[in-house]
Design a protein around this ligand. Structure first.
Ligand code: T3D
Length: 256
């Protein structure tokens, strides 16, 4: 059984975490398989990426049986297995959508929050499980969740260990949409297809811009916007967008 499966539908690559018996908890093999899938996502023909879980879970973080059997140096394990995949999601110059189909806990929650957009099934839950076993949030959990919720709410929630429902996660702005569980795949496919039809390079550069807002001064951000806008004007999609507007027709973006 492959720990991660990939499938393609036109410009959309779907990455399915596939250890359903343990709600897709991370083990070494799954990290490696996820790394390979994220490498595949760099293919220029892929214009949007979906990450979801097989079975009734999204991902519940570290496999705690592996933890007990081979604890090792956790910092080294984080650096070598978790960090590269989180960094790979941020480095992808295309949108990454987490379709949260069930519990997202611990580093699985962090990973969902590292994605660009989250859409949840109405029975999904969000669990900052680290504190429940005496750990601190990792895999970018403090960074991404503070960015989504603000530091005060993020701290309060992540030190409570409280399981959040999908409706609560929506009210807090942790997810952008909640749909009935049996409509999640369909709604995700629609959203991913519409993202994949956008001018991908402009979308990717917009992702890069938003990633820099919190560490830039306004002057630095203005400069980066100017540089990336200059790059955007060099794309075929920019030419197509302007031509389509002037010819009063729908644009056909190719991602180039
Ligand atoms: O090592 C390092 O590199 C450090 C990195 C750490 C990062 C982390 O992610 S630490 C946090 C690890 N995750 C957790 O602590 C979450 C533990 N799981 C839970 O709290 C609950 O499972 C949930 C609240 C997420 C879901 O509850 P529920 O009732 O829907 O499901 P369940 O019955 O608890 O779980 C179903 C099965 O999955 C069950 O196995 P069984 O009894 O059917 O054979 C359960 O043991 C298994 N499972 C759930 N989470 C994990 C797991 N097995 C291994 N590791 C898990 N994390």
């Amino acid at each position: 059984m492959a720990e991660v499966e990939t499938s393609r539908d036109s410009g959309v690559l779907t990455i399915t975490l596939n250890r359903p018996d343990v709600l897709n908890a991370f083990n070494r093999a799954m990290h490696d398989a996820l790394a390979a899938a994220l490498k595949e996502a760099k293919d220029a023909e892929v214009r949007a990426v979906v990450v979801t879980g097989a079975g009734r879970g999204f991902c519940v973080g570290q496999d705690l049986t592996e933890f007990r059997e081979a604890p090792g140096d956790i910092a080294d394990r984080l650096r070598s297995s978790y960090h590269p995949n989180v960094a790979a999601v941020r480095a992808l110059e295309k949108p990454v959508l987490a379709a949260v189909n069930g519990p997202a806990a611990g580093a699985g929650l962090s990973f969902a929050c590292a994605c660009d957009i989250r859409i949840a099934a109405d029975n999904a839950t969000f669990v900052p499980a680290f504190v429940n076993i005496g750990l601190v949030p990792d895999s970018g959990g403090t960074f991404f969740i503070a960015r989504l919720l603000g530091p005060a709410r993020a701290f309060e929630w992540m030190t409570s260990g409280r399981r959040l429902t999908a409706a609560e996660a929506h009210a807090w702005g942790l997810v952008s949409d909640v749909v009935e569980a049996d409509r999640l795949a369909e709604r995700t496919a629609e959203l991913a297809a519409s993202l994949a039809a956008m001018p991908t390079r402009a979308v990717g550069m917009t992702k890069r811009l938003f990633d820099r807002v919190s560490d830039h001064t306004v002057e630095e951000q203005l400069e980066l916007e100017a540089q990336l806008q200059s790059a955007a004007t060099q794309t075929e999609d920019f030419r197509e967008g302007v031509a389509a507007f002037l010819e009063k027709r729908e644009p056909k973006f190719t991602g180039n």
